[in-house]
Design a protein around this ligand. Structure first.
Ligand code: KMH
Ligand code: ZN
Length: 272
């Protein structure tokens, strides 16, 4: 089986220090969390950035500074900025980190409820615009899908030339408004992507490690981190993103799956 790519989603846009005091906001905190997660076994850092007070931002300069700080400490890491940003941001705001020509970036392939009155909006034209930008800037998209219909949207837009093959998916499972984080639904999702695609799984909240275990067994890849879950076990806040990554490494060891280095992750994902 292919080696396991671990992504650390260290920050997100929604989670705050009230949820877990180790959630990083400042450049120093973000770089430090990225470095610890990388040293624990993550080869990809999925990156959102914040103002020092925790406000989510897609500001290009803030991304530049954070990406440089991460690259200084872990030059080999694959840094994958978010183009999802936070609910309510405009497309132009969200697209800013693509101007920095990162190796990868997220490409959200549909609209979904995000709890309460929040709706994360990604119209078909938005997805086309973001997909085109990624092709122009030679960025490998991580196709974010919160539900099965979003896989179908990605397949349609792949056929129309807005997303290149082979596609790499992230199944975000357990969002309040998206597909459930159940074994049945993960098998359904994994069985719905085109041959030759790769996938990683983000189990939200308490589902993080159950979904990770399934992904390890199924030959998929795993994302963990404060963006998705702030607890290392029931009611116990994780001390760092690294602690979450370490747990995935332990699970992979137990289940006989080796961890990919960044170089191996680049090969698996077809990065330049
Ligand atoms: N913060 C969510 C609204 C992504 O990074 O592309 C969107 C998100 C997805 O986190
Ligand atoms: Zn994200």
């Amino acid at each position: 089986m292919e080696k396991l790519i671990i992504t650390a989603a260290i920050c997100g846009a929604e989670v705050t220090k009230e949820h877990n005091p180790a959630v990083p906001y400042t450049v120093e905190e973000i770089a430090s969390e990225a470095e610890k997660a990388y040293k624990a076994g993550a080869s990809i850092i999925h990156l959102h950035v914040r103002e020092d007070d925790g406000t989510p931002t897609q500001d290009k300069e803030r991304f530049r500074v954070c990406m440089e700080a991460i690259k200084e400490r872990c030059p080999e890491a694959i840094v994958q900025p978010s183009t999802g940003g936070a609910v309510g941001m405009s497309n132009n705001e969200r697209l800013q980190p693509t101007e920095l020509n990162p190796e990868m970036a997220t490409l959200d392939c549909g609209t979904c409820n995000f709890g309460g009155d929040e709706v994360f909006v990604n119209t078909e034209n938005t997805i086309k615009e973001f997909g085109t930008r990624m092709i122009e800037n030679n960025i490998k998209p991580e196709v974010e899908v919160f539900d099965k219909g979003m896989i179908d949207m990605a397949i349609r837009l792949n056929k129309k030339g807005f997303i290149k093959s082979p596609m790499h998916f992230n199944f975000v499972m357990g969002v309040n408004g998206g597909i459930s984080a159940t074994p049945r639904d993960l098998v359904f999702m994994a069985g719905s992507i085109p041959a030759g695609s790769t996938f990683t799984v983000s189990g939200i909240g308490r589902h993080e490690f159950a979904m990770a275990s399934m992904a390890i067994i199924m030959g998929g890849h795993v994302r963990v981190g404060f963006e998705d879950n702030v607890f290392i076990s029931k009611g116990v806040p994780a001390k760092s993103n690294a602690e979450l990554v370490e747990r995935v490494v332990r699970l992979a060891n137990e289940l006989g799956r080796e961890i990919a280095t960044p170089t191996e992750a680049r090969e698996i994902l077809g990065l330049n």
